[in-house]
Design a protein around this ligand. Sequence first.
Ligand SMILES: [Zn+2]
Length: 118
Amino acid sequence: MKIYCFCPKCKKETSINCKYETKTRFLMHQGEATLIICDNCMVKTKVDNKNFFAKESKIRLLIAFLILLAGTPLVYFLIKDYISNSSIKIIGLIAIPSFIYSIFRKEELNRVRTFNNG
Ligand SMILES: [Zn+2]
């Protein structure tokens, strides 16, 4: 997953790939500092490993949102022959993709929290 820090030179946010799930593990294996190449100013600098943090991935949230968008007609297709009551149909249409979206969102928040607190 990606973890973030602020570039010491340009003060903008930049990211690196991290294979550790918690910050403790990251610090344990990575030592005191990591050499990064800033995404903005392209300068190579060392960043104190304590300054790295995880945050919600925009791509993951986008995927979750697409599931929500694509899920709605899919749910409609799946339930239209089984449920004749239209109000239940509407509830199902809204509730099922929202439920999937919220699970996805929760997982993502959990991942971020695990890294930042652990
Ligand atoms: Zn920079």
